[in-house]
Design a protein around this ligand. Sequence first.
Ligand code: NOJ
Length: 574
Amino acid sequence: MMNQTWWKEAVVYQIYPRSFQDTSGNGVGDLRGIIERLDHVKALGVDVIWLSPVYESPNDDNGYDIADYRAIMAEFGTMADFDELLNGIHTRGMKLIMDLVANHTSDEHAWFEESRASKDNDKRDYYIWKPGVEGPDGVMRPPTNWGSFFSGPAWEFDAATGEYYLHLFTRKQPDLNWENPAVRKEIADVVEFWLEKGVDGFRMDVISLISKRGYTDTPHEQFNDTIANVYANGPRVHEFLQELYKNVISKYDVMTVGEGPGIDLNEGPSYVHEDRGELNMIFHFGHMFMDQGPGGKFDPVPIDFRRFKEVFVEWDQAMADGGWNSVFLCNHDFPRAVSRFGNDGPYWKESATLLATLLMTMRGTPYVYQGEEIGMTNVAFDAIDDYRDVETLNAYNEQVLEGGRDAGDFIRAVHIMGRDNVRTPMQWDDSARAGFCAEDVEPWIDLNPNYDRINVAAQMDDPESIFAYYKKAIAFRKAHKGLVYNDVDVWTLEDEQLFCFLRPGTTNGAKNGFDSYAVLLNMSDEPAEVLLPGRIILSEHLFSNLSNQSTKPTTTSSMTLMSWEASIWKYHGN
Ligand code: NOJ
């Protein structure tokens, strides 16, 4: 039986502060806005808030480019506001995890300003500087052929010292040099600073990238292959994480979750296994990269439903022996869950609530992204000028302006994959700015026009709403610990419509003290017939997302599920 602990049983809610609630009148969400909305978050029944970065930043990448790790971004408020927020979260019995972005800083961080000043500056080795190489044509080129995550080369020439610096993200996000012990000490001190303030842990941005493998050309055509084989899981990554854990994190009862681009099934457990002293869990991207075509992120392909299920199964198995998973369908970097994995048209409510059921019945810690609890959808702005995300804008420059791709074709891909799908303001009500900011204020990014229909106020008091369902589903998970800890046994891998799994209350054949649950999900627009495994008998219907649910099996061995019906049962047998 797995060790039981609070962060395994917790449900996490992610806040992207820029888009949550503006109170200062600048069209940008802020800390006081979050304070005002804490009761909404508490009402959902979640335990932990993950706050995307709120530190001082020039916002080239909306705060993922930090200029001062110990200061609050002026647009968001002050340190006094932060302290009040933390206190408000704790008084409500919730916890707060911060976003630690330590693979890179902003180029406006004081360390980088010193580092770039001269080759003999004592901060020079805080970052990764290399001379250029001369190409066969005699022209100076970057040290390697590496590309950045956000289009263009990963190296930027800096005229002051005549060398290139590495930036795996934008040129305003230079990578820190973790080989330098002084850098590791600086980051450890930052972590300690926030833990001493009382925060309850960290989500660690692209933590799989902090140890570099050496600087040779990538042989890969596909960017995702370069991530996995050249950028991620460098030789010292585990040593660095163990050092941070031993020196600082282990001294506090906190949770950590590392973001893991390029972490595969083999590597995953070594980041989180309970004997390793590194992280508690990671975000893997098995189901987040699966709808990218050969052209990468802005070349979407349909979701392969079988593969989608396999990803859950494979990661569950990989972590079953001493690891732990995080379970998420959306965050600030990926499309809206209901638009991507559900049907945001005729089955909007049914599919949003089914996805909530999947989140709350898988093994692993569930993460809900702001707006998911009311079924917020992707947005389709017409013009590139309506978009704000540096990833989208850089890709537009590269693919459309320089590469000649049809602009309409690119925008259609952005409608499906772009990060601004999840960054439009939170939809609180149906007033002119959806309650996000004052009506005479321009929000930093346009609202999704469907806010008149999809908003918190419309759902708050409706017992049949998506919001009400999230509340119930979270409470249901908490009341049934077997849903947290029991094994996962999927029996409909081949099926085109069904995702059905058992959560048996046995471990290695012996009863583990929890009940056994069967979770039946029809992830399609048509009814579907579930054939039950012969060895089990459904004994009690516990939970469903439809009011006219199928509470009775048609026979002892089968039952019909309606379109996007989710149904949870207690069962006997094994
Ligand atoms: C991952 C973050 O989630 C994303 O928003 C950011 O752009 C990159 N890391 C770079 O920090």
